[in-house]
Design a binder for this molecule. Structure first.
Ligand SMILES: [Zn+2]
Ligand SMILES: [Zn+2]
Length: 373
């Protein structure tokens, strides 16, 4: 009896085999390129957002010089207005107060300018090819990374003890300019508060007074109260005094008065806004310094703390030498350096450590065999 064999499948197989092979090759290629046993959703999200991060990095990189120019221009305008508009109104001060303003104001100004330019133009420090202690390899630089170093995607290089990339400095904040950055923020914060205190009476007069056009929309109640008070005051002034006052005021042109008015409003609003923003920034960095962490380490330490907690262990930051020790390290104090000379006055002294080998709470550099290399 004849057996009928259906050979339809054998006709299709030669056609599907190349397709199967192509599919397997594609899978193999994809796995070769992307497979990683450590791949998780965080890595996937990082990869997906990579183009966006790239755009932000390029944006910050090219805007850096404009940000620096902005800081210089705004600071210069504040200083010029202080000299031209605010200081002349303080001529009635006693000799003691005048000396105080001259010394305190110029001490702040010198420290602000010095620390800003040092923070912006000091190299934060980059690890060399051969480092005494390697904790990982930078995937971007293909180079060994010492402890506390991180890769800055905006500068496109590894930075020793990297804290963050500051667009206002157009520079990374790292091992060699961390002190300058913090001192600049602190002096600038004190400076803006000082200007606000000096300008507050004039500002109140111009912002809430009859010329305070902004006040009409922002604080009509306050304007009414102010006008009432003014009217009562004028009633008490003698006619001759009013005539003398009118003569004095008449000498000042309307245009100059308008400029003066706008300068006072600008000075106070800019300085008070910057004082609030810098207050938070100084408090945040002060907290980090007290704990012996950088802006990057605060995140990595948080993760490590949570990981060890699950295992019933307690994380201890190896770079935390206690509040006093941490602040001394940031200021680079020791070896005869004093707070009065090296912190309150401009100083270019370098940090005590080299940024490649770090003393930890459990490991003293003096005992390190690395020093023998
Ligand atoms: Zn790198
Ligand atoms: Zn950078």
């Amino acid at each position: 009896m004849a057996v009928i064999r259906w050979r339809g499948w054998s006709v299709i197989t030669p056609l599907t085999n190349p397709l199967k092979r192509a599919w397997m090759n594609l899978k193999l290629t994809r796995n070769t390129l992307f497979y990683n046993s450590f791949t998780n959703w965080s890595a996937v999200m990082d990869t997906l957002f990579a183009p966006m991060f790239w755009c932000v990095d390029k944006f910050v990189h090219y805007l850096g010089p404009i940000f620096v120019l902005l800081v210089v221009v705004l600071t210069t305008t504040v200083v010029v207005i202080f000299y031209v508009c605010l200081l002349p109104h303080k001529y009635d001060l006693s000799l003691g107060w005048t000396i105080y303003h001259l010394i305190f104001g110029h001490w702040l100004l010198i420290n602000i300018v010095f620390n800003y330019f040092m923070a912006a133009f000091t190299d934060p420090g980059h690890p060399p090819q051969a480092v005494p202690e390697v904790v990982s390899i930078c995937k971007k630089c293909i180079a060994p990374k010492p402890p506390r170093a991180h890769h800055c995607s905006i500068c496109d290089t590894c930075v020793m003890k990297m804290d963050h990339h500051c667009p206002w400095l157009n520079n990374c904040v790292g091992h060699y300019n961390h002190r300058y950055f913090f001192m600049f923020c602190t002096y600038m914060w004190i400076g803006t508060i000082y200007v606000c205190v000096c300008a507050k009476d004039l500002f109140r007069e111009h912002f809430l007074g009859p010329e305070g056009f902004a006040a009409v929309t922002l604080a009509p109640q306050a304007v009414m109260q102010y006008l009432k008070k003014k009217t009562q005051m004028y009633e008490q002034i003698e006619e001759s005094e009013v005539a003398a006052l009118s003569e004095d005021i008449g000498e000042i042109s309307d245009e100059a008065m308008s400029w003066f008015h706008q300068c006072i409003i600008y000075e106070f609003l800019l300085c008070s806004g910057v004082a609030v923003a810098l207050g938070f920034l100084v408090a945040w960095h002060g907290r980090l310094i007290t704990r012996g962490e950088t802006s990057i380490e605060v995140h990595t330490n948080k993760k490590e703390r949570a990981r060890l907690k699950k295992k019933g262990l307690v994380f201890r930051n190896p770079y935390d030498f206690g509040p006093v020790g941490n602040w001394r390290k940031l200021f680079g104090l020791g070896h005869g350096r004093t707070f009065l000379r090296h912190i309150l006055l401009p100083s270019t002294h370098a940090p005590l450590e080299d940024g490649l080998k770090w003393q930890t709470t459990t490991y003293k550099l003096e005992d390190s065999p690395l020093l023998l290399l």
